[in-house]
Design a protein around this ligand. Structure first.
Ligand code: NAD
Length: 258
């Protein structure tokens, strides 16, 4: 049985992960942590502090905020607990702290825990090889109106995958366009964030050529898609040595049967 501590448990992702954990016979929900103002009417495993619950052998799963993620990273490294981290919009310093802490504990971080996005990244690699190198690449993502960071962490991951394959640096990523910028440079990848309604997560990669185009697209309609990936990640880090892992590390490398 694996002990899980859920940070950000009252949030949209936290609720989806809690539901998935309660249906998983091999996982035990040790604690649900969230801000004090979200604890009204909740008792039992619920609390406002991560501190008392983190110990060697347990797995912290966090979908919270950069500040809470920072705290979880520090505590897990100090006490040798494992961490599954899904918060997006971390600063470069926070990402460096994650890498540093992963020398002392197992951390699996992903900007998107859905298995479909993992398949989309593979499809992107294949399309980058197959499509003419002069075709323009644009990424369009849509998320619900309450999302705090733009573009999404997933859109950034996809843009960097494409940029690396095309020999384009971060300066070639173009976040939105406005005004008379002139013709589109060849060495550019456009990234566009649409916000509204209740979209859970929608990412399209467009390859545009002369008179033709290809679109690769993944749409998450339900947060259970991310929750299942987070649980697969929790099972993986529970038995893993210290290190920084990605979702691909805990998935089969080729086609899935389920
Ligand atoms: P949300 O706002 O619904 O939930 C976040 C929860 O974390 C809230 O209940 C909030 O009170 C809690 N929280 C924040 N700071 C805290 C702190 N210091 N101590 C205790 N609790 C704290 O947001 P959400 O939609 O669930 O998303 C959370 C994060 O996960 C965001 O960064 C989002 O982009 C990311 N996300 C990642 C994936 C993925 O697959 N990696 C998928 C969806 C969302």
């Amino acid at each position: 049985m694996i002990d899980l501590v859920l940070l950000g448990a009252a949030g949209r992702m936290g609720r989806a992960v809690e539901e998935a954990v309660r249906a998983a016979p091999d996982l035990h929900l040790k604690a649900c942590v969230d801000r004090a103002e979200n604890l009204a009417g909740r008792a039992g495993v619920w609390g406002e502090s991560l501190e008392p619950h983190v110990s060697r052998g347990c797995v912290v799963v966090e979908f919270s905020s950069p500040e809470a993620c920072r705290q979880a990273v520090g505590l897990c490294a100090e006490r040798g607990a494992a961490l599954v981290s899904g918060t997006t919009g971390l600063s470069a310093e926070d990402e460096a702290a994650v890498r540093d802490s992963s020398r002392r504990c197992a951390i699996l971080r992903a900007s998107n825990f859905s298995l479909g996005i993992s398949a989309l990244r593979r499809a992107l690699r294949a399309t980058l090889e197959a499509a003419p190198s002069g075709w323009d690449i644009e990424i369009v993502e849509r998320h619900h109106r309450r999302k705090l960071d733009s573009p999404s962490g997933t859109a950034l991951t996809l843009a960097r995958d494409a940029a690396a394959a095309r020999g384009i640096g971060d300066e070639g990523l173009k976040f939105g366009r406005q005004g008379r910028g002139g013709p589109r440079p060849e060495k550019e990848i456009g990234v566009h964030a649409v916000r509204g309604g209740t979209w859970v997560g929608d990412h399209a990669i467009l390859f545009a050529g002369e008179g033709e185009w290809i679109e690769l697209r993944h749409v998450a309609t339900d947060r259970s898609a991310f929750a299942q990936g987070a649980l697969a990640a929790a099972r993986f880090v529970a038995g893993a040595p210290a290190g920084l892992y990605s979702l691909e590390d805990c998935l089969p490398s080729r086609g899935r049967e389920d």
